[in-house]
Design a binder for this molecule. Structure first.
Ligand code: PPS
Length: 289
């Protein structure tokens, strides 16, 4: 199964093995109290997942240590041979569900809108994301072989790439950001002031937690804390899915890593591309902090 090719479902490129379970994703039954964490890959999904699970457990790490993040916050579209699909796992979950998804807004199963489930969207700047996604393609071997970094830049800009183009994804969700059941946040804002951004999540989820618990959760969800926590750093994920000897899942967790990774020419190419792609939106990103 190493590096299977991309397939298309409902017009969207998706990881080959995930395509086999697509009908069950479309038919998925959301619940009113579900919380979906939606992102383009590598935008802070795991970070936000841990934050929300921490909030639901009032920062009690004995409870949040009950399983790895990918078990506590199942990934809706995930499906690989010889493992139960996530849609099946989620159907069987009795407690309140926090669900990870990378689906573009137009492909979110319609039951999420019918049930008015809450959705937290996290967006990250394209350049750091591109670098992160490249290394992830190398280590998470359900992805196609990314080729050289130079080749991957082309794939990032033109596709096909799983979950479609970054620009379409972030702009699509941006258009519906004022909907009451949607909260749109930025990775860079979380890096700048994590407690402030956690406060937005608390308000959105209509929760009430004392300041000392929020402080504890902020400490527990720093990059440093999550990198050494085996419940959040993906080291327990089967090696048939991720190979951390190639690149760790928790790699750098910063804003501005792209400056060390992109050549001047690659950076110029991306700037031109971003200028074109983002000319029809008021959505902007921070590339340095
Ligand atoms: S995935 O595979 O799409 O679910 O990946 P995702 O979790 O969205 O993104 C992984 C990147 O997020 C970084 N990360 C963090 N950064 C800062 N603080 C915290 N707590 C944190 N947790 C995860 C992770 O390191 C990946 O980014 P890079 O740039 O590769 O380090």
């Amino acid at each position: 199964m190493a590096h299977p090719p991309i397939k298309f479902v409902s017009g969207m490129p998706i990881l080959g093995p995930f395509a086999e379970n697509w009908e069950n994703v479309l038919r998925f039954q959301a619940r009113e109290d579900d919380v979906m964490i939606n992102t383009y890959p590598k935008s802070g999904t795991t970070w936000m997942s841990e934050i929300v699970d921490q909030l639901f457990n009032a920062g009690d790490t004995k409870k949040t240590d009950r399983g790895a993040i990918f078990e506590r916050v199942p990934f809706l579209e995930f499906a690989v041979p010889d493992m139960p699909s996530t849609t099946q796992t989620l159907d069987n979950m009795k407690n309140r569900r926090v669900i990870k998804s990378h689906l573009p807004v137009e492909l979110v199963p319609k039951s999420f809108w019918e049930k008015n489930s809450k959705i937290i969207y996290v967006a990250r700047n394209a350049k750091d994301l591109l670098v992160s996604y490249y290394h992830f393609h190398r280590m998470a071997i359900v992805h196609p072989d990314p080729g050289t970094f130079e080749e991957f830049i082309q794939t990032f800009m033109e596709g096909p790439i799983s979950f479609g183009l970054w620009s379409d994804h972030v702009k699509g969700w941006w258009k519906i950001r004022h909907q009451k059941n949607v909260l749109y946040l930025f990775y860079e804002d979380m890096l700048e002031d994590l407690k402030r951004e956690i406060g937005k999540v608390v308000k959105f989820l209509e929760m009430d937690l004392p300041d000392d618990i929020l402080e504890k959760i902020s400490q527990h969800t720093t990059f440093k804390a999550m990198k050494k926590n085996k419940m959040t750093n993906y080291v327990t994920c089967p090696t048939t899915v991720m190979d951390h000897t190639i690149s760790p899942f928790m790699r750098k967790g910063i804003c501005g890593d792209w400056k060390d990774q992109l050549t001047v020419a690659q950076n110029e190419l991306l700037d031109q591309y971003l200028k074109r792609e983002m000319s029809d939106t008021d959505l902007t990103f921070r590339y340095t902090l």
